[in-house]
Design a protein around this ligand. Structure first.
Ligand code: ADP
Ligand code: MG
Length: 694
């Protein structure tokens, strides 16, 4: 086993490598660029590029690429070699500052939601120096943002960087009022990633997994997750070897892979890294997903990242642990030791509460996808209703503040007036509620609605921007206050009063909560389509445009891509269902019916004394189910022919309301037939084989 400390970050052009390899003044200038976000000048870029190239070549690189995150939600790269022809038929290996800083991928085939007409297809990529360059497959990868020539964001990184700037600026204004000497505030994220592992040989026999990433057919196996014997269970050798190999690959890329364990469902696992600054965490999560899949292949496994690979079994999500902290090392979501620190904490806390309440719709949209629609609200993941879990103690403190009561906490000695009206209180992160979509966990919030397959960018764009907006409002009030302490107390009290409907510590899976939430006027946006309809409300447009996170046309592009993708995903699923039903399932069942019929006729020849009840019953049952399945497939096909394409919303709505139920109608009889058929005629591996294949 290699030495972890030695391999960690060995494929990353990180601070230490920069310090070793760059001239002192270049290193200093680059650091300043990274810290202040100032533009990089070309002379500096040339020196950095040269050092990067030498380092990369020593590590065996032949190519470089601008690595970016188009709106498909996955990453993109186009490799260029370092070679440059010189006289004598030879080549030199070159990499210029210009090539480092800016790239021009032919990007006409990436979705842009109408932002970039194909005739002016060119977009450009620009280096994000806050995320280190790294080596993957003998290629030097430069993390970049991807924009159109008119400056519109065509990717998931640019808006994220803009949202981080927004929260930095507004949080600093607030902190200044508390006398902080911080000069930079960043949001931080630790995303816990869930996934399934199945045997590659079994996987390859399932068209649905190959084409759609999830099973579209399959009767439940006799055993599912009901014994809860998989959760945190001993890790099987083959899986353990995979996990070790994966950790190793992630560590080389400087990814802080930390925790790994078995999850609730059979074949389901989780990997959590130590948190980092949000844009880096986002890059790293993309790389983690990529490597999870790649490393699995080496072990004869396939890693499924889909949100709902199996019906009746928990799906996979991603817990987005989010906080904000200063460059002076203060976590702003951490209750402090003194009442004054607590006052600051409470102000940030109520900013988050207000943000989540006012932008429930955007939070829901940020996690919406066809895949995730199968999880949210299905008693395995948070409901589609956004609420905040604070725990009893913190909720009681907020109630006391709201009602002007004295907090009867554990530490009565600390109660004083003024800022000190806000009490000192103990940290409490033992009180966990797994059913809440957005939970305070002691020193951070855990946003638990994200799907396993999606980029974490969108959710953090919304969180950062919405909280920035509240901090902006708070700062304006407090900057103009005559009596800071009084204004602060008023502001906190008022905010709690106006937004405490979003706080819910109970069971998010219960029916009572659905009713209660409706009474409180909270949104319950069950599907992607329902959620997207709320996107263009004036308050949402105002939020994104005011803080320069999305322009209106970028919002439009996001909306189009989201709905278009939704429809495309359902279209592929529907076509796969048709294919499997007609070409695989129905012919297989028919073969079995023929076997039964032959057996029946043979038996009849022997004479009336031989029992044939089983054959007759099965022939009747299966024939009836075949007819139902066949008719449902015909209806699905007919409805697919009638998809309205007038606009993306109408189309997506049609897929949701017509095609999805059609798909279920084909699946139901097929799954039932599986239960009555000879396993040897069934055309693909069952749930039992898939879930217990490793
Ligand atoms: P759980 O109990 O939810 O499984 P874990 O301990 O597995 O929690 O994961 C918690 C995650 O939260 C880790 O990725 C951790 O690094 C992250 N985290 C801890 N502190 C912060 C913070 N200040 N900001 C963002 N993420 C954090
Ligand atoms: Mg968690």
């Amino acid at each position: 086993m290699s030495n972890v400390a030695e391999i960690f970050g060995s494929m990353v052009f990180n601070d230490q490598v920069m310090q070793e390899r760059l001239p002192k003044n270049t290193y200093k200038a680059l650091k300043k660029t990274i810290q202040d976000g100032t533009p990089l000048d070309i002379d500096l870029a040339n020196v950095v590029a040269h050092a990067m190239k030498d380092w990369a070549i020593e590590k065996g690189c032949t190519h470089f690429t601008h690595w970016f995150q188009p709106m498909t939600g996955i990453t993109a790269e186009k490799h260029d070699s370092f070679i440059n022809p010189v006289e004598g038929g030879r080549v030199l290996l070159n990499f210029s500052g210009k090539e480092l800083v800016r790239g021009e991928p032919d990007a006409s085939s990436f979705p842009s939601g109408g932002l970039r007409a194909t005739f002016e297809a060119r977009g450009y990529t620009a280096w994000d120096p806050t995320s280190y360059a790294f080596i993957k497959q003998n290629t030097l990868c430069i993390p970049t943002a991807f924009c159109s020539y008119t400056g519109e964001a065509l990717d998931k990184k640019t808006p994220l960087l803009r949202s981080m700037e927004a929260i930095n600026k507004q949080a600093l204004r607030v902190l200044k009022l508390f006398g902080s000497d911080a000069t930079r505030v960043v949001s931080t994220v630790g995303p816990e990633q869930e996934y399934f592992l199945v045997d590659e040989k079994v996987y390859k026999q399932r068209k649905d997994l190959i084409y759609t990433g999830r099973t579209l057919f399959g009767a439940p196996a006799p055993k599912g997750q009901e014994l809860e014997d998989h959760y945190f269970g001993a890790i099987k050798d083959r899986v353990a070897e995979y996990m070790a190999d994966l950790d190793n690959e992630l560590w080389k890329l400087g990814i802080l892979a930390k925790t790994k364990h078995n999850e609730v469902a059979p074949a389901q696992h989780e990997l959590a890294p130590i948190y980092s600054i949000t844009n880096v965490a986002t890059d790293h999560n993309q790389l983690t997903m990529e490597l999870m899949q790649k490393v699995a292949k080496r072990h004869g496994l396939v890693c499924l990242l889909h949100e709902k690979p199996f019906e009746g079994i928990n799906g996979s999500g991603k817990h987005n642990n989010w906080s904000i902290s200063t460059n002076t090392g203060v976590n702003l979501i951490d209750p402090g030791e003194t009442p004054a620190e607590n006052a600051q904490f409470l102000l940030f806390l109520v900013a988050v509460i207000k943000a989540v309440d006012e932008y429930q719709d955007l939070m829901r949209i940020s996690v919406a996808s066809a895949g995730n629609d199968h999880r949210l609200g299905a008693n395995e993941a948070p409901p589609a209703i956004i609420s905040i879990f604070l725990g009893d103690e913190l909720t009681e403190i907020l109630n006391c503040i709201e009602e002007g009561r004295v907090y009867q906490g554990r530490d009565m000695g600390d109660m004083e007036l003024g800022v000190d009206l806000l009490p000192k209180f103990p940290k409490d992160n033992t009180d966990r509620n797994r059913t809440s979509p957005f939970a305070f966990t002691g020193n951070k919030f855990e946003f638990r609605m994200l799907g396993s397959a999606a980029s974490i960018s969108g959710a953090n764009v919304v969180l950062n921007t919405a909280v920035a907006k509240e901090l902006d409002e708070f700062a304006t009030v407090l900057e103009n206050a005559e009596d800071f302490t009084a204004a602060l107390n008023d502001l906190i009290r008022k905010t709690i009063k106006e937004h405490d409907r979003i706080i819910f510590n109970g069971n998010g899976y219960s029916d009572e909560w659905q009713e209660e939430a409706a009474k409180r006027g909270l949104l319950n946006l069950r599907t992607t389509v329902d959620a997207e309809k709320t996107f263009f409300q004036p308050k949402n447009v105002e939020l994104f445009t005011k803080y320069g996170v999305y322009t209106e046309s970028e919002m439009k592009s996001h909306y189009e891509i989201k709905l278009e993708t939704y429809s495309k995903v359902l279209n592929i699923e529907a076509l796969t269902i048709l294919d499997m039903a007609r070409k695989d399932i129905l012919p297989a069942v028919n073969k079995y019916i023929k076997q039964l019929t032959d057996a029946l006729l043979n038996k009849k020849q022997i004479g009336a004394a031989v029992g044939t009840a089983m054959e007759e019953d099965l022939i009747m049952k299966l024939s009836a189910m075949c007819d139902r399945c066949y008719a449902a497939a015909d209806k699905l096909e007919k409805d697919l022919d009638g998809v309205p394409t007038s606009d993306v919303l109408t189309e997506a709505e049609y897929y949701k309301d017509t095609i999805l139920p059609d798909m279920d109608a084909v699946r139901a009889p097929a799954d039932e037939m599986e239960l009555y058929c000879d396993e040897s005629v069934w055309p693909f591996p069952t749930y039992g084989k898939l879930l217990f294949s490793v």
